[in-house]
Structure formats: C-alpha cells, structure tokens
Design a protein around this ligand. Sequence first.
Ligand code: SAH
Length: 390
Amino acid sequence: MRRHCNLSGRCGGCTYANIPYADELLDKRVMEEKLLGRFSDVAPILQSGRITGYRCKVQAVCGMDDGRLVTGIYRKGTHKLIPVRSCPLEDERAGRILETIRSLCTRFGIIAYDEDMGFGDLRHVLIRLAAHNDEALVTLVTASDRLPHEADLAAAIHQKHPFVKGVVSVKNREKTSMVIPENPEMRIIYGKGYITDRLCGLSFRISPVSFYQVNPYMAERLYKIAMNMASLRPDDVAIDAYSGTGTIALIAASYGAGSVIGVESNPEAVRDAVENARMNGLGNVSFVNADASKYMKEAAKRGERCSVLFLDPPRSGATEEFLAAAGRMAPDRIVYISCSPESLQRDLRYIRRFLPYRIRGIQPVDMFPGSEHIETVVLLSRIREKSRKR
Ligand code: SAH
C-alpha cells in the first residue's frame, strides 16, 4: 500500500508517512510498553487492516490563492494554511468532494474567510463519510449568515456526487481556532442533516458535530474487544461514560447487557444516541446529557451501583472525581478505552493506588496508522473482599 506523501513533515498530520508500517508499529509498541508495561503485560498491537484511506472524518481549512479557493490544513502549531490536494489517510471520496467544492466556489465567486482581515465567507469544510454505507455529509462552516448561491452549490455537489446525502451550514463568527463553536446554529441546505453507518450489526446516525470514530473499520474491532472483555450477562447493569452517539452503549445492549445508561455532555450527540436506540429497537438503553464526572458523583451519592463500567473519554482522560465515584459504584468490571496512553497511565496509577481493582488485560489497537496516535483497551476487575491479601 502506498503511504507516500509529499507534504509529510510540513502538514504535521502524520508522523509516519513514508516510513514502513512495521517500523511505525515497533515505535508504538515501545511507547505502550514504556507507559503501560509496569501495570501488566501489554498484548501485541492489533494492526489496522487499512493503513491508507481509513479516515472517514475530514476537516479542511479554506483559504485563497491567486483568486481561487484552496483547501488544506494548518501547519502544526500555526495558522498558516498548507493546501492539500489529496491525503493518503483520508477516504478518497472526501478528496473528490473537496475538489468539486473548490472548483464550484471559484465558479460561484465564494470567497474563503480571512482571519486577519476579518473578510470572506467560507472557513472550513467538514466531510463525514459512512464506512459501510455509501453516504456522505458535507458541513460548510461560514463566517456569514449565508454563502452566496448556497442552494446551487449544494445541489451541484449532490449532482456530481449522489452519495452526498446532505449539505448543512454552520455559522462560526468567533475569533477562535475551534472549527465549530459550542451550541452551533446549524441549517440544512440540502437533503438531510446526518448520515447513517453500520457498526457491529447496528445502525448509527451521525450528525455533523457528534463524535464518531475517524476510523470506523477499526472501531468495529475495538468495540468487539471491549465487549469480549466485558463478558456481558442479562443481569448486568452497565454504564457507558463519554458515550458519544451511543455506539458502545447500544452494542453492549445488543451483546446481552440487562440495561445500559450512556452519559455524554454534547446534547447533539445525545439526540443522535436516543434516535439510534429507537432505530435499532433497543429499549433497555437510556442516555443522560451530563458531565460524566458530575453524573458519576451524584449517582454514587444516591447509592447507585453498576456491574460494568465502560469509559471512553477524550484525550484528557477521566478525572479523579470520576474515578473515585466509579469506585463507590463498585462495578465488577471496568473496560477503559483510551485514545491517549499518557492520560491512561495517569488514571491507571490512580486506580491502582486508591481503588480495589486488578488490571486483567491491556490491548493496544492501531486506529490511526500513519499518525502518532494509538488506542488502548484495558480490562480491570474488582478484587473481591475474601480474595484480598492482608
Ligand atoms: N464512546 C463514543 C465516544 C467517545 S469520544 C464512541 O466510541 O464513539 C468522547 C466523547 O466524550 C465525546 O462524544 C465527547 O463529546 C464526550 N465528552 C467530552 N467531555 C465530556 C464530559 N466531561 N462528560 C461527558 N462526556 C464528555
């Protein structure tokens, strides 16, 4: 497979382009061992089946060059735009859509927003693609209320790429590096405001701002590992903390958990999760729109218990408040899915010191070939009183 990229070293997106995959895995293995090896044996990294074209979420910055609209990425740590014509990590459908958008914008006289001058319209283009369905959703992030000729633009995108099922517009007037502001105003220009994908035999609806794994191919394998570790039973009461669109909660319900509660702070993702439960006919799952630490703390205070806890926090990891409350809710098994070995190390150190859990398995999964990132799943089980050493 071709991993060659001319922009490597300039765009900062992938550290390992132009380097053999075996060498990348070796580096990642060394890092996992260094950070997590002290806790337990680290299983060999589950390799990604695809090492190119796996990214189903693409985020392009817009800029101008010689009167033409260009799209690309900011050079790492700067606001300097590097135009990108194609990225080997991205699903090639995204590259085709972006090419069309660039030429249509130039044709319709749509100008990219210039941060320094505070002038122009189009800031970013986000593309979400389903891995198993031929569906894409285009989100245009604009500085103004409406792009000129937006309806014509959206219709022309769909005409050229019929798998684009929706084009939506999100306004972002803020002087911020966040692509989409909090509580965004979203408007559908064409079609529908979401795509649906299939994972582990279930359907998932994904809106522009809800979290969805960038590599759904490996996400499916990751979730299966998590389910095997959890060994769910009908008498299990499970919590899925940081639940996003409800993927883990719903898969757990379909794998036989008695009941599942998902906790997620993004209201849009919670709306998707509720709809996903309905769409898949799963009645034993509910979702709470709350900060995970706050939810756990209050549930523990009410004396609630759970038998299985899944947590899949953002890169910053969990909080001490979350972990302490989790200990009080006394789950029998904890399945921690982490996208940052550094914060995972910190949280495991806390658990080992303050909570009665033993680490039963550490399984790294390479969700992000080419980049320096790696996902890790850890199984912890509660030490029973009678088996505790004095
Ligand atoms: N388990 C899901 C999502 C994991 S990503 C999946 O596999 O698709 C992490 C999620 O945590 C995101 O949806 C993000 O919105 C959410 N999140 C971030 N901070 C949070 C907090 N403090 N409390 C609850 N959810 C939070």
